[in-house]
Design a protein around this ligand. Structure first.
Ligand SMILES: [Zn+2]
Length: 302
């Protein structure tokens, strides 16, 4: 089913409007659709509303739960305990927006040291960050289940140096510039051109209720094929992952090996050498994503 998607993906998105002039459908799969942003100065208000009411609540729901637990953070720098949405509210199926209606951050105390807690992603700050990220995105993909936003992915067109400045330096408590350079050189070679254009996977995630290989691959496919339609030459892709297992799923049997461990830390840089090759090996093949994963598991246990 997924293999038919390239054929239904037009070079430029059809202006089939969903909720507002802001979104255009680029792909359909049963009840699911993928929308892309149509950014125009006159859409500014719709964009802000969409980000604050849909994207940021989904972002905070995703990263506030398993396996990240990034909902609350202890203000005590020696403790830094993280609390998940579930550990604060229990296993409720209610939306985070509803759960927070009666929640007062001032009353939240760290269960370990008793200090005050803060939101890991304070809504106002996250809205501004997300608006900035979307405005500079090369491609955007939003996964809808019917009328519900359940996933998103955006890619930036950048360079190795600029990505350090724009992204990785902001999480430099996790790895240093030297470690970043070492990881990139290990994968792309000593003669890496630091100012050559690359695609950066800025964000890709699906709601906890919609975590599936098919949904993940739909977002990947929509994003990468949109990028490929926009850029004539081939290009490398990088991303960042704290979980090897998740990142590993990007690879195909006998094909692309995407992981480059950053020495001495838990993280990895996800490197893919060629956009065209990824599309070809990941999507233009007869195997479904599930079959690819099954092949990988078999191969890894041999
Ligand atoms: Zn604490």
């Amino acid at each position: 089913m997924l293999n038919n998607l390239v054929a239904t993906l037009p070079d430029s998105p059809q202006a089939k409007e969903k909720d507002s002039p802001l979104l255009a459908t680029i792909m359909n799969r049963g009840n699911f659709s993928i929308q892309t942003l149509v950014l125009k100065p006159e859409n500014e208000h719709e964009l802000e509303q969409f980000v604050s009411e849909k994207v940021v609540p989904l972002y905070r729901t995703v990263f506030g739960g398993n396996p990240w637990h990034e909902y609350l953070r202890c203000n005590n720098s020696k403790c830094k305990k993280k609390q998940s949405i579930q550990s604060v509210y229990g296993q409720s199926k209610d939306s985070l927006t509803n759960l927070e209606l009666n929640f007062d951050l001032k009353t939240a105390c760290c269960p370990d040291c008793g200090n005050a807690m803060s939101f890991y992603y304070p809504p106002e700050r996250k809205i501004q960050e997300t608006l900035a990220e979307l405005k500079k995105s090369f491609t955007t993909s939003f996964l809808y289940d019917g009328e519900e936003l359940v996933g998103f992915c955006w890619l930036w067109l950048s360079t190795f140096d600029a990505i350090w400045e724009e992204k990785f330096s902001t999480i430099s408590d996790q790895f240093s510039y030297a470690q970043y350079v070492e990881a990139i050189k290990k994968y792309f070679g000593d003669n890496t051109n630091w100012s050559m254009p690359i695609l950066y996977f800025a964000d890709i995630c699906t709601a906890p209720t919609h975590r599936s290989v098919d949904n993940f691959y739909s977002l990947m496919k929509a994003s990468l094929t949109q990028s490929s339609a926009k850029i004539a030459e081939d290009i490398s892709i990088i991303g960042y992952n704290i979980q090897d297992e998740t990142a590993y799923k990007l690879s195909v049997p006998g094909g692309i090996e995407p992981i480059c461990k950053i020495p001495g830390v838990e993280s990895s840089i996800v490197c893919l050498p060629s956009l065209k090759r990824v599309i070809n090996e990941l999507f233009n093949r007869s195997l479904s994503p599930r079959q690819i994963l099954r092949e990988q598991r078999k191969k890894r246990t041999v």
